[in-house]
Design a protein around this ligand. Structure first.
Ligand code: E4P
Length: 217
């Protein structure tokens, strides 16, 4: 399973990348705004900075919601680097845009996916990634990991090329559960990735080893 980090914060991206386990980055307009990135030039430069920091796929989201606008923005984003994946919302115009980019060999990430039917359409359009938002589904009292499992089953029936990118991850358990059901990718906040490191028995065991190591001096 690939690990992406879900942030536009360069310090966090570099910290995750330094672990040596990072395969890519996802951003969205909310995450970019949170970092105070404003204006066309600053946005483009920020994507370039992320591309320089990480060797992997970097999702950059279009703002337009019409086909022509998505194509224009997506082509500008894709021209920044081969690492850029054009992130497109799961709407009718978005499916048209994903089909367009797929035929041109430009990578896409179909975002804001909340049902198996939407995931089926994204794959049919040729999306490189489909992003079901499992945390937001859980927040609404549905089963986010259950949706990932359902999509894994459906894609498996047809050997779909679209990679299932579990998004809106809230905690380390979400990551483990996504791995259990066969997600291709998880995109996570840094805290959720670092949370995987934690176990009290590791801390207790290390403290004991270090204390005993003193006796070896
Ligand atoms: C996906 O690519 C989105 O950026 C993200 O995972 C949404 O997560 P949130 O529900 O925590 O905003």
């Amino acid at each position: 399973m690939k690990f992406f980090i879900d942030t536009a914060n360069l310090a966090q991206i570099r910290e995750a990348n330094d672990l040596g386990i990072l395969d890519g980055v996802t951003t969205n307009p909310s995450l970019m705004a949170k970092e105070g990135i404003k204006g066309y030039d600053a946005v483009m430069q920020h994507y370039l900075d992320i591309c320089s920091a990480v060797d992997g796929d970097i999702s950059a989201e279009v703002i337009a919601t019409d086909f022509a606008g998505m194509v224009r923005e997506g082509e500008e984003l894709a021209s920044l680097s081969d690492k850029i994946v054009v992130k497109i919302p799961m709407i009718k115009e978005g499916i048209k845009a994903i089909t367009y980019f797929s035929r041109k060999g430009i990578k896409t990430n179909c975002t804001l996916v909340f049902s198996a039917g939407q995931a089926l359409l994204a794959a049919k359009a040729g999306a490189t990634y489909v992003s079901p938002f499992i945390g937001r589904i859980d927040d609404a009292s549905w089963d986010g990991v259950g949706l990932i499992e359902q999509i894994v089953g459906i894609y498996g029936n047809y050997e779909a090329n679209t990679q299932i990118l579990a998004a809106s991850i809230r905690n380390p358990l979400h990551i483990v559960k996504c791995a259990e059901v066969g997600a291709d990718v998880v995109t996570c906040p840094l805290d959720a990735i670092l949370g995987l490191l934690q176990h009290p028995l590791t801390d207790i065991g290390l403290a004991k080893f270090l204390a005993d190591a003193q006796k070896m001096n």
